[in-house]
Design a protein around this ligand. Sequence first.
Ligand SMILES: Cc1ncc(COP(=O)(O)O)c(C=O)c1O
Length: 382
Amino acid sequence: MKTNNPPLAIPFVDLNFQHQSIHKQLQKAIQTVVEQGDFILGQAVADFEVAFAAACNTKYGIGVASGTDAIALGLQACNIGRGDEVILPVNTFVGTLIGVLRAKAKPIFVDCDPHTALIDLQAAAKAVTPKTKAIIPVHLYGQMVSPQQLLDLAATYNLLIFEDAAQAHLAEREGYRAGSVGVAAAFSFYPSKNLGGWGDGGMVVTRDPQVAQAMTCLRNYGASRKYFHSHIGTNSRLDTIQAAVLHQKLPYLRQWNRDRLYIAQRYDTELAPLKARGIIPIENHSGNGHAYHLYVIRVCDSCPVERSAIQAQLTAAGIQSSIHYPIPCHLQPAFSNLGYRVGDFPHAEMLAKQILSLPIYPGLSNSQIKQVVSALAAIVSP
Ligand SMILES: Cc1ncc(COP(=O)(O)O)c(C=O)c1O
C-alpha cells in the first residue's frame, strides 16, 4: 500500500538493536519452549520469576498477563478492596487507575510535582483519611519516587506501599531498587518497556510470602491446588514463551539502561541552551538511578512555538515524538463518575499541555541525538 508519509528517519521506538544483538538466543529459547510443550506456567516462567525478583532486590515474582493485571491482582493479594481508599498520582497511565478500580478500591487522585512529574507526597499526606489503606507511587518515566520520603509517609499514616514500577525496571534511588520499597510492586513487560517481551506480560514482585501465595492463586483461577479454588481469581498467567524471551533479555537490561542514561545526559547537555526558548526537560532527582524509560521535555509558556506545531515540524523532519499522557486520568470521560473536574490538579493539567517525549532507546546513535536536538533548536529559534 502506498502512503504519502515520508519514511521515518527516527522512530519513537525501535527495538531492532536489542533484538538483532541476541536474535539467535531468543529463537533458541522459544524453540526450547516449543519442544517442551509447557506453554502454560512452564519452567521458563518459574525460572524468570526467580531471576527477575532477585534483580529487583526482592524475594518473590509472580508472572501475570500484563502490567494492568499486576496492579489489579497485586492489590487484591495485599487485601485491598471494597471500602479501601488508594492514593495514586493523577498523571499516570490509565492502567494504574484501572488496576485500583478492578480491585474494587476507591481511587484518590493527587497532583504531581511540576518539575519531576512524580506524585506530590505532601499532597498525598493531605489526601489521607481513616479509609486510606495504600499509596501507589508511580515511578513515572523511569524515575523512582523518593523511597525515603515514601517510607516516612507510609509509617506516619500506616499506609501500605504498592509500587507501580511498569516504567522503571532496575531503576534505583537512595539505595533502593524499584520493586523493593513497598510490600509489593507491579511491572509491565509491554514490548517497548525497558524490559519488554514479544507480546503482553507483567509481574508482581513482593517480599511477603502471603502476598506471593495469594498471587499464585489469583492469576490461576484462584486455585490453591488443581480444581480447589480458595480465591475468586482469573486467568492471567505470563506466557511461557514470553518468560523465555524476557529471561534471555534480562542480563542485558543494565547495559540497556546505561545506554538510555547516556542518551538522556546527551539530551540534557545539548538541550540546555534551549531553556531560554522555553524548552525544559523534566528534572532528574535520582542521578544515575533513573531508568529513562522516557525522556520528556516541557514546552513551557515562554516557548514561542506551540507544542502541537513543534510535534508536527519534528514529524515533518522525520522525527517521531509522543505525549505521555495528553489527558490526566481525572479528565478521561470513562471516569467522570469519580467526580473530579478541570482545575482539581493544576500541575498535572499544566504538564499534560506541555510535555513531549523524545526518542530514547538503546541503539539511538549520537548522530540521531544530534539530529533531534538540531531539529528542535531550528523549530524554536527565531
Ligand atoms: C505507569 C504504568 N502503569 C501501568 C501500565 C500497564 O501495563 P500494561 O500495558 O502491561 O497493562 C503501564 C504500561 O503501559 C504503565 O506505563
